[in-house]
Design a protein around this ligand. Structure first.
Ligand code: BEZ
Length: 212
């Protein structure tokens, strides 16, 4: 049975470019992004890890650690990391797991045998401070991911974990959010002092509450 939203993210020990880590200790009590790529020294993967390196500050601002995974060995990761830094004008500052025995890949269902029997697909998991899986996305090898979308979802997850709201289609930070239908109008007025706009009794908007 593959992992599903709300499941506990499996813990593991791994060798990485930053030394041996235990996943839960690495995450601490913050958020995490665990993402796999098919192979080192491949073009799309090079751009993906470079993009994540350039966005690392944005993830840190959101108290979110980054961990990359592929089944290639550590010496390959070290050599490839130099290429990523050189070609993408970045410094990869997050660990890359050398998952030679596919421990992490199997725990997280990152190998999709009908796509490739050996390489991991582009899986990405967002894990909350409670160690539950909050987001799962899977892309094919030929398509690089949009990591701004991952930041956008983390903003939504952090907001909705704090307030009784959800975020509408194409929502971006500072856009209005939706008040949970479980909150009646009287309580909503107290909980959301910035105001409420009722389109339908089940569709009520309020300006985004503060996240910080
Ligand atoms: C790439 O990163 O470009 C790639 C990796 C594996 C298969 C296809 C493309």
């Amino acid at each position: 049975m593959s992992l599903q939203l709300g499941d506990t993210a499996p813990d593991f020990n791994a060798e990485t470019t930053e030394g041996k880590i235990n996943f839960y200790e690495f995450l601490g009590d913050g958020w995490g992004v665990l993402f796999s790529h098919p192979a080192d020294f491949t073009p799309v993967c090079t751009t993906e890890l470079g993009r994540m390196a350039l966005l690392q500050k944005e993830f840190s601002k959101r108290n979110t650690k980054i961990l990359a995974v592929s089944v290639d060995p550590l010496d390959s990761h070290f050599a490839w990391r130099n290429d990523i830094n050189e070609t993408q004008n970045c410094t990869v500052g997050f660990p890359i797991v050398a998952d030679k025995d596919k421990t992490v890949a199997n725990l997280y269902g990152m190998i999709h045998p009908n796509a490739s029997t050996t390489a991991t697909v582009r899986s990405l998991f967002v894990i909350g401070p409670d160690k539950k899986v909050k987001l799962m996305i899977v892309y094919p090898a030929s398509t690089g991911r949009n990591f701004n979308e991952v930041l956008r979802v983390i903003d939504s997850l952090q907001l909705t974990s704090k307030y009784s709201v959800s975020t509408p289609a194409d929502w971006n930070y500072e856009d209005d959010v939706i008040i949970s239908p479980a909150i009646n109008n009287e309580d909503a007025k107290v909980k959301f002092p910035k105001g409420m706009r009722e389109v339908k009794p089940y569709l009520r908007y309020t300006p985004q509450p503060e996240l910080a």
